[in-house]
Design a binder for this molecule. Structure first.
Ligand code: CDP
Length: 220
């Protein structure tokens, strides 16, 4: 059985960075499942599909022409790695993610990332829905103000303009939507809690690696 480490948690908690580094360190594949919802949002915007048009969004999700290659993401052969990180895409991704048909359409695509020697999967429902048999499930979180600050720095580094206050509102609004939706809501369940409010990225990575070593002795 190919081992999966599921890392779920709320927006801007740093799970993407932590998950990617854990994957690098173990030589595992990496799934950024949020990118798929962001791609649906971006593709919808580019095709003039409104976020209220459920049927069109489901169809779009089922037929997305996406390629993940060497750390970059391509939609219809166009580079969109940075485009999907805009705040409008974040908001629209969270709306698309609440549509059950969109989630179902993306399931097979996500499971296809499970390849030897292993996978680190980052998202909201990796441990609960997509990979319920994951050998390690982590719920990675941090205080909302710290998360807004981290997102602010991330956007500034990419030269994308942002305001701290609107980022904080946005994060809180998305948290509420992700936690209260009827399909695959964000919840900790039986995952191990990793609060990174006062941790560095490396400390968080080391903790996940230590848990994995306990869960799967011999593989780490
Ligand atoms: O970067 P951030 O943590 O803010 O978001 P993301 O992981 O890129 O995910 C964008 C949006 O997709 C989230 O707000 C969720 O609503 C949704 N999502 C989801 O529903 N399920 C997943 N497995 C991953 C993301």
């Amino acid at each position: 059985m190919i081992p999966v480490i599921a890392i779920d948690g709320p927006s801007a908690s740093g799970k993407g960075t932590v998950a990617e580094r854990v994957a690098q360190s173990l030589g595992f594949h990496f799934l950024d499942s949020g990118a798929l919802y962001r791609l649906v949002a971006l593709a919808a915007g580019r095709s003039g599909i409104s976020m209220g048009d459920t049927t069109a969004l489901e169809k779009l999700a089922a037929n997305l022409d996406v390629r993940f290659y060497q750390g970059n993401i391509y939609l219809n052969n166009q580079l969109v790695t940075d485009d999907i990180r805009s705040e409008i895409c974040s908001r629209h991704a969270s709306l698309a993610a609440a549509i059950p048909g969109v989630r179902t359409a993306l399931l097979t695509r996500q499971r296809a990332f499970r390849e030897a020697p292993g996978l680190v999967a980052d998202g909201r429902d990796m441990g609960s829905v997509v990979f319920p048999d994951a050998v390690l499930k982590v719920f990675l979180t941090a205080d909302p103000k710290i998360r807004a600050h981290r997102r602010y720095n991330q956007l500034m580094n990419k030269g994308i303009p942002a305001s701290m206050q609107s980022l904080l509102w946005d994060i809180e609004e998305r948290d509420t939507r992700d936690e209260s939706r009827t399909v695959a809501p964000l919840k900790r369940g039986n995952a191990l809690l990793l609060d990174t409010t006062t941790l560095t990225i490396q400390q968080a990575v080391d903790q996940v690696l230590a848990w994995f070593a306990e869960a799967q002795p011999g593989l780490s």
